[in-house]
Design a protein around this ligand. Structure first.
Ligand SMILES: [Zn+2]
Length: 52
């Protein structure tokens, strides 16, 4: 994982963006964490229990 990710500065994959109900869903290009956008700002989605 990149240091930026550890600091919470993830970089969303714009091309991967999917529109859901009222927001976009994407993932971090570096670590793959789910990200959401309700406007112009991307934020990390709710954490899920890891299965692996
Ligand atoms: Zn990340």
């Amino acid at each position: 994982m990149k240091i930026k990710c550890l600091l919470g500065r993830h970089r969303a994959i714009k091309d991967y963006s999917n529109w859901k109900r009222g927001y976009h869903v994407s993932a971090c290009a570096e670590c793959g964490v789910e990200m959401r956008s309700y406007g112009s700002e991307w934020e990390v989605g709710p954490k899920k229990a890891k299965s692996n």
